[in-house]
Design a protein around this ligand. Structure first.
Ligand code: NAD
Ligand code: DAU
Length: 339
């Protein structure tokens, strides 16, 4: 195993988004000797308030874009590790307007790779199970790190492209990089456009829950803190050049997840609207995460999905000021797309 020096001064791109901000909080709370610089463009999905309450003096915020090569050249040499969370992350948006996904997800990753190659800095790419495409609803097989890439949406194609650039920069330029592909995350600070927070905030704001199609699609859910702990273990102990799959083995149909939310929020199971499905929708995602479990002994800590959902409902109920301002704009956009 190639071992890089332990990270102490980390550049986290996209650290004002959902997973990035949870990761910054996780690392700073568990590692008193680590300093983090967050680089974030603060798109509609980024919120600087996601970083409120972090230990003083332990992080610096830089407002900027991962496509800005000059900015990267000034920032990156002062760090020992770069972890890239920055991306456009929502499938529905990628179908309506793919251009920005090509720019931020592909050109952005390319620009970061060029910079870490110039400055010989350790790099970790945060990616998704969606690069492997889907399986049939009733299939029991799971994707492994050796499965072929077969992305379906503009978003997943852009993430697959970015992963392939990382693989090429490892092999051709010797960049010391790893990749993690995780399943669907849920938890605090997730934008209200995404499935679970959208339903919770619909019910909290007097709207009706919205299920795409018949809700047969299967997603493999993981608490965001478990993805953060996995990424941190990979950054600390990962073998350079390797891809690690991160999953908590929690496959659920969208309909079952919605039923749980409705039940936990005191509603009848049929108290929702069925709306039009996503064009080209992926049927089932499922990942085999044996490798990271065997290699580092990583395992998810939050394996009770219903308890995790209840905590997430409580968080959104207690943080209405956090989501209220983006809720109306999100719902107006969905209304135009018939979702
Ligand atoms: P998010 O949309 O909540 O946050 C993305 C962040 O990146 C935002 O703060 C945004 O301002 C920033 N950003 C976007 N473009 C940028 C640019 N060009 N330069 C600098 N900053 C930019 O996304 P998320 O759900 O937290 O996802 C983070 C990463 O994890 C993404 O790469 C995503 O593909 C991947 N991922 C997400 C999930 C999931 O379930 N949410 C699962 C697997 C992988
Ligand atoms: O699998 C990992 C991926 O998970 C990440 O790479 C993406 O960044 C992240 O957004 C997520 O993608 P999905 O498309 O799986 O998540 P989303 O929350 O958009 O939708 C989950 C499922 O729920 C999907 O089948 C569509 C459906 N859905 C979504 C919304 C917003 C509904 O039924 N109703 C809704 O209102």
């Amino acid at each position: 195993m190639t071992r890089f020096r332990d990270p102490h001064n980390i550049l986290v791109t996209g650290g004002a988004g959902f997973i990035g901000s949870n990761f910054v909080r996780y690392v700073l709370n568990n590692n008193p000797d680590v300093h983090i610089t967050v680089l974030d463009a603060l798109t509609y999905a980024g919120n600087i308030n996601n970083l409120n309450g972090l230990p003083e003096g332990r992080y610096t915020f830089v407002h900027g874009n991962i496509c800005d090569a000059d900015l990267l050249d000034t920032l990156i040499p002062n760090h020992d590790t770069v972890i890239n969370f920055a991306a456009e992350s929502h499938n529905d948006n990628s179908i309506a307007q793919p251009d920005i996904f090509i720019t931020s997800n592909i050109v952005g990753t390319f620009t970061l790779l060029q910079a870490v190659a110039r400055h010989h800095i350790r790099f970790h790419q945060v990616s998704t199970d969606e690069v492997y495409g889907d399986t049939d609803y009733h299939d029991r097989s799971k994707f492994t790190q050796f499965s072929p890439y077969h992305p379906s949406s503009p978003y997943s194609a852009s993430k697959a492209s970015a992963d392939m650039l990382v693989q090429a920069w490892i092999r051709t330029y010797g960049v010391a990089a790893t990749i993690s592909n995780s399943s669907n995350n849920y938890g605090p600070y997730q934008h209200v456009e995404k499935f679970i927070p959208r339903q919770i905030t619909n019910l909290l704001s007097g709207r009706r829950a919205k299920l795409y199609g018949e809700g047969k699609e299967i997603r493999d859910w993981i608490a965001v803190e478990d993805n953060c702990s996995a990424i941190w273990q990979i950054v600390l102990h990962g073998t350079i050049g390797k891809t690690y799959l991160v999953s908590a083995d929690c496959e659920k149909s969208n309909r079952d997840v919605l039923h749980s939310i409705l039940r936990l929020m005191g509603r009848a199971e049929d108290d929702y609207d069925a709306v039009s499905n996503r064009p080209g929708v992926d049927r089932r995602y499922a990942l085999n995460s044996d490798e990271i479990r065997k290699e580092f002994g990583w395992k998810p800590e939050f394996s009770n999905f219903e308890a995790g959902l209840q905590d997430t409902i409580d968080w959104y109920a207690q943080h209405e000021e956090w989501w209220q301002s983006s809720k109306q704009a999100t719902e107006q956009k969905y209304a135009k797309e018939h979702h």
